[in-house]
Design a protein around this ligand. Structure first.
Ligand code: PMP
Length: 361
């Protein structure tokens, strides 16, 4: 069929069985004579999909009824604004750890709303690590702590989240959501654009403790208020119907794979394959992340010259390994190995990397 291994950072690969099911159901969803692209969001068939997608995500993450799962538009970037608009109330200070170009974008929006402070930054060393919990000191009157859980552009990931006590912890998990189990008790709100690990572009998934969302300022614009989504099952207005349907299929697929414990094993095995090549040829493949911050989702590295990097990307593409060019903010090479990338894809990449090293060292 000529499908490639797509190492792009997002939108990225989706599992073939998910795409095939969507294809089978495209023209006539469950005997309705309609496609999910055409169905009303008030139709019982969509209501079932909406409920199921939420239930699957909760089941995967082990969320009880104190959590709500919401589907929105606007991408993770809209969350950068919604979070301070909802939670950075007068007299409070929002704390941000800067580990990514996306953390910088997040705090930029908070500054427009109220007082926000950087309590950690790895910018001086080129955004190459995430902090250990003890490096994060919260300010007085802290509205929340915001972390970028997986730094897509830089290839960093948190494996040890801080205990923030009464201060809500908010995490951008755009690029590692549902890739492994997480210590749910620590978080108040988690968000992600679906287009990397759990679906297509166009849906943003926001998961929050119900208590945390209560009591928002009624003067907030309706569509900027989390309570609107929580109180109306994400259907106050027309949600991204087809995207939610694909999130449902994808989360069902994750359950079929054995859930997040099984995904973590597979994701760790894939990452190990690629990082082992970096470590075997450190003078040639120079990893960007410090070792204890290495992301399981995005492996970032440089080659000895820009010219070699360009050739690497082009030759890989010829062999069906696409999307390896690094993020424009840090350059180099980036291999995104999200949930849908099979072990064989990571193996094909490492074989290519070994050969490329032999031919160009
Ligand atoms: N946060 C992170 C960690 C991301 O990787 C991205 C997208 N690459 C964003 C936020 C922005 O997401 P979106 O394009 O969905 O607004």
């Amino acid at each position: 069929m000529g499908r490639i291994y797509n190492f792009g950072a997002g939108p990225s690969m989706m599992p073939l069985p998910v795409l095939e099911q969507a294809q089978r159901e495209l023209l006539d969803y469950k005997g309705s004579g309609m496609s999910m692209l055409e169905i009303s969001h008030r139709n019982a068939l969509f209501e079932e999909v909406n409920d199921q997608a939420q239930a699957h995500i909760k089941q995967l993450l082990g969320m009880d009824d104190s959590w709500v799962v919401m589907f929105m538009g606007g991408g993770a970037s809209l969350q950068f604004s919604m979070i301070p608009m909802n939670f950075l109330t007068p007299g409070k200070v929002a704390a941000y750890a800067i580990t990514s170009t996306f953390s910088e974008k997040a705090i930029k929006e908070a500054h427009k709303v109220g007082k926000a402070v950087e309590i950690y930054s790895s910018k001086a060393t080129g955004l190459d690590r995430v902090p250990r919990p003890e490096e994060l000191k919260l300010p007085e009157n802290c509205a929340y702590l915001h972390l970028t859980g997986n730094c897509t552009a830089e290839g960093l990931e948190y494996f040890d989240y801080p205990d923030t006590g009464d201060v809500p912890l908010i995490v951008d998990m755009s690029s590692d959501i549902l890739s492994r189990p997480i210590p749910l008790d620590k978080f108040s709100l988690i968000y992600n654009g679906a287009q990397k690990n759990i679906g297509p572009a166009g849906v943003t998934v926001v998961m929050a403790k119900k208590e945390f969302l209560k009591g928002r300022d009624p003067q907030l614009p309706t569509m900027m208020n989390y309570e609107t989504f929580a109180d109306h099952d994400s259907t106050y207005n027309t949600p991204p119907v087809f995207g939610v349907y694909l999130v449902d299929l994808m989360s069902q697929w994750l359950l079929d794979q054995g859930g997040l414990g099984a995904m973590e094993k597979r994701n760790r095995a894939k990452a190990k394959l690629v990082y082992d090549v970096l470590d075997a040829h450190p003078g040639f493949y120079r990893g960007h992340a410090q070792k204890d911050s290495r992301s399981l989702m995005n492996v970032t590295f440089n080659l000895p010259s820009k010219e070699l990097e360009t050739r690497f990307v082009a030759e890989a593409k010829e062999q069906g390994l696409a999307g390896l060019k690094g993020h424009r903010s840090i350059g180099g090479i980036r291999a995104s190995i999200y949930n849908a990338m099979p072990l064989e894809g990571a193996q094909a990449l490492t074989d290519f990397m070994e050969n490329f090293w032999k031919n160009n060292r």
